[in-house]
Every structure is written in C-alpha cells, then in structure tokens.
Ligand binder design. Sequence first.
Ligand code: BES
Ligand code: ZN
Ligand code: ZN
Length: 496
Amino acid sequence: MNIKITVSTNDLLSAEGDVLVLLLDDNLRYAPNKRNPLTKEGMKWLQDAKDKKVWDYTFASSTSDFKGNAGKFKFVGFMPLRLGFFQDADDQVRTAAAKVVDFARKHHFDSIAFFLKSRSGYKIIDKVVEGVTLGAYEYTEFKDSIYPIKTMKVQLLVPADGVREAERIAHERQAVCNAANGARDIVNRPGSSLVPEGIAAHAAKIAKKHGMEFTLLRKDDLKKGNHVGLLNVGAGSAHPPVMFAMNYRGARRKRVDLALVGKGISFDTGGISLKPWSQMWEMKGDMAGSAAVIHTMEAIATLGLKQNVVGIIPSAENRPDAKAYLPGDIISYKNGVSVEVHSTDAEGRLVLADGLLWAQDKFKATTIVDVATLTGACLRALGLNYTGLMANDDKLAAKLTKCGASVGEKLWPLPLPVEYEELLLSPVAKIKNVGGSYAGASTAGLFLQRFVGEGVSWAHLDIAGTSDCDKKQRYFLVPGATGAMVRTLTDFIGRM
Ligand code: BES
Ligand code: ZN
Ligand code: ZN
C-alpha cells in the first residue's frame, strides 16, 4: 500500500475524507480552538468518549458513538497523546498513527485526515508521518496484500502559517521511512532469494539511480586484496562472497566524512559450528546491518544531504560444506592481527574486520559506524527495543544516541572494557573470535576494535535484537524486519 500525504489548511467542516482523527492533549482534552465550529460538539464527543473510555483502545469507536456532527467524515476517532503506561509518548503517537492506518484499511476506508492544528498537534507531524509510513508496510514479494486498498490518502490539517514547514517535514520523514521499508523488504527476503551477489546487485541499482560511485570486489578481487575474513566465512557456500562500496558525495571536499559498514551475511547457518534448527530461519535476516547501510545511503541521497559518506558491505553466506572453514583455523588479517576461529558461528566479526580495514585503507575514513546483527548476547541483554552501542569516542556515541532518540530508535551503551581484552587471547594466534560465555556483546565489540586504527572515531551498533520482531509490536504492525537504524543514521548524517 502506498501512502500519499498532503498538507492542507482545511478546517473540520471543509475537510473531506473517510476517517478524521482528533488529538487529545496531555490532559485528555481535545485542545479547543475558538474558530473551530465543532469545538462545542467536539467537547461533547470527548466527554462521551471519556465516559466510554475509548482511550483504552487507541483508536476505537464509530460515528454512532458520537452525537455531534462529524462534518463530511464517516468516522471520527480520538488519538490520545501521552497516555501509555508502557510506552513513551513519541512512540505512542507513532503507534496510534499506525493503528489508524490499520483501522482504515480493515474497514476499506482509503482517506484519513489528522487534525493537527493545535500546538501539540503541530509538534507531532513527524511522528504521525513515521507511524503511518512504517505502519502501512507489508512484505508482499511472495503473497499479495490482504487489503484491497492500493493507496491510502493521508491529509495533515495544519495551521495556515505552518504549511511549508509541515510539507518539508512530511516529505523528509516519508523519504526516510520509505527507505527503512526498503530495508525491511530485503531483510524479510529468504536466504536463497538473496545471496551476496544479490545484495550487491540491489545496492548497485540504488547507487546508480542516485549517481553514486559503486565499487564491487568479487572473489578474485577479495583474494588480491587479502580480505581473508570474507574468503574464510564464504568458503563453504556455492554463492561467492563479495565486498562493495557505495560512495555518496554530497560535499565538494575530497575527504570522506563518514564510513558506514554493514554486516551482510545473507544467511547464517553457523557453518561447521552449525546452529540448532529452531529459529534458524530467522538468520535470513543476518544481513540487516547491510540493509540499514544500503538504505541509509538511499535516504541521504534522496534528501540530498551535504556530506560525503561511503557505505561498505562485506557479504557472504555462512554454510557448512567440504570447503567450509573450520573451528581451530587461523586467519591472518593484513593489519597483522591473526585470529583463531573457535566458532564458525562468530562469523560476523570476521567479515566486519575486512569491512573496517577497507574503510580505512581504501577510503581513508576517520569516522566509522558499523551496524550488525552481531550477537545473541546483545539480544538477551537489551531485548527488542534497544540497540547495543559500543564506541571508542564518547561524543560520537552521545550524538548517535540523541539522533536515535529523536526518531524513535533507542540506543543503549555497552562497555568495551580493557580488562575483558584477555578473554579474547589465544595461545596460537593474537586473538580468537569468541570471548567466552559472559559479556558476549562487549567481547564482540572488543574484537572489532582490534581493526580500528589509531585516531579513528568508531561506533558499533549491535542490532541483533532490534532488526526483527517476532510478533507485531509498536508501529511495526507485521512481524519481521523493522528497518532498524535507517532513521537514526540518516538523522545523524543530517546533523554532522
Ligand atoms: N548472527 C548471529 C547473532 C544473532 C543471534 C543475531 C540471534 C540475531 C539473533 C551471529 O553470527 C552469531 O551466531 N553469534 C554467536 C556468537 C558466539 C558464537 C560467540 C552468538 O551470539 O551466539
Ligand atoms: Zn553466526
Ligand atoms: Zn551472524
């Protein structure tokens, strides 16, 4: 379903559509507006609604519940602000907006108007747009939409002096959320339908569309460049590993302002250290870091942001086979770090190491953010709503956290303790790829830090918990991929 957003200054009587949504303010009041002819009626509806406790449901009541004149609308609903005991206020608005879309499509309504003329209404335009765009997402590559509506018209009714600003916000938030939905599509795609070369082809198309330079390293190039992590992890697969770069140049200066590195394991069976069968299918999403990076590149190009950003994806399929790499193998990287493989299932860090080195050697990046579904430990520690954040630069970490918070993606710091470095020591190589049973997210972070040179600002985002949801939650109204970090990274680049 497409969402078509328009901004208008219509008031309640001149606006038209199927569903009208009125906002309730912090005190459960419909913020009154003297010039609004429905105010009196509105207050009455509100009292009714209050008596009937409609806010037990975010959006559930029908016109017959209201004695007032609903103008030209078939349905009026109230969207409460700040009522959730289990949800923060911004998230609640996104969720409510998503549920309005859900309500409308289930009732075959195809136009919604959000009445945002009050001050609190105007402040939440961005969240409403995020909620409707992300909430409308369905994965339809293998199954048609169950809703007959192709396009949902969404009107934002704003004050006359707010049209320009509202249009700008709506356009921007929708572009970013569409990009996030693009990321969801490729994360949801089955492992056999999206192999490393497929991820590269998908990214190449986006790069071409936006005039970005695209560099692809195939297996032979990887050998020449000594990208040993990818060669080992991908050795057991019929689909060869690749590494590619999307180079976006929004500024005239030569230097690269930021490198994004995304884990692109098209499927993670665990390799010879095979995962148990249960939930293994979810590992089709082990390329969510790459999806976040690829679609952040798309978003910043669409918005025309004025930064130079390179997106780097090391991609492989991790499978057992006669040619697969083995536990006990030692991999020697070109920065002098040798790694003893204790589990072939700790493959993400092995390929990210190649990505981090390439970002520094080839693109001279001095600020790097990597994104990866890296550890089950992070998922267990932080759950589904918090992305694990590890960094060697507090300022970078603080900025990312702030940007995340402003778009509804929560980042939570995990430490990179020097005293845990010894957990990675190996008797036969400089380090091993597993740090033991404790602090798994941090030891993975410490592993990556070995591939970050002196003077380089670096942050690592572990999205093992946040990239997917197993059932509908918040404004993700379908289980599956969430498009995690596209919004945060785009916002971060916009504010660099
Ligand atoms: N892709 C997994 C991490 C993961 C687990 C992501 C669950 C999403 C949900 C990663 O490659 C992995 O298998 N990590 C191992 C590392 C361990 C062997 C040190 C893990 O977390 O168990
Ligand atoms: Zn793994
Ligand atoms: Zn993995």
